[in-house]
Design a protein. Structure first.
Length: 150
């Protein structure tokens, strides 16, 4: 029995390793472009993206990639996102351009696998604020004279 239990534990570890979804923290300057990486090794049915941001605090499904239909937006098109992954390589990475403060939040990449179900990774997106330079020009002081009117 011990050998069978060890074999099952090893099998579960290998399945977990091979179903691991990669991601990671990302930081971008306001107005910049960032790649949200998402990759997996397994038989893939669909890749989905969700987000919870400052501008949209409710978790929202916003992008899907299907092997037959390709990439498509859900709940409205956002031209700032571009699918740069390759479905057949189990790569669901998105490129995100012109990022604003309202886009800061958690982006979730979900791989739908058959028959094992969903596997996901969260990618926290942090924003660096814009730097502003303020220039103050001192103008010459104008002198005024006062006189008494009768």
């Amino acid at each position: 029995y011990l050998i069978l239990i060890l074999y099952l534990i090893l099998l579960m570890i290998l399945i977990f390793i091979f179903l691991m979804v990669t991601g990671g923290n990302k930081t971008v300057a306001q107005g910049g472009t960032v790649v949200l990486p998402c990759k997996l090794i397994d038989t893939l049915s669909q890749i989905s993206w969700q987000r919870t941001t400052r501008g949209k605090p409710q978790n929202e499904h916003f992008f899907s990639i299907l092997p037959t239909d390709g990439p498509k937006f859900v709940n409205g098109h956002d031209k700032r996102f571009e699918f740069i992954g390759i479905f057949d390589d189990n790569n669901g990475s998105l490129q995100f351009a012109n990022v604003t403060l309202m886009d800061e939040g958690i982006y979730t990449c979900i791989f739908t696998l058959f028959p094992s179900g969903n596997h996901e990774t969260e990618i926290p997106l942090n924003l660096l604020g814009m730097m502003f330079t303020v220039s103050i020009q001192m103008l010459p002081f104008n002198s005024f004279s006062c006189r008494r009117i009768r």
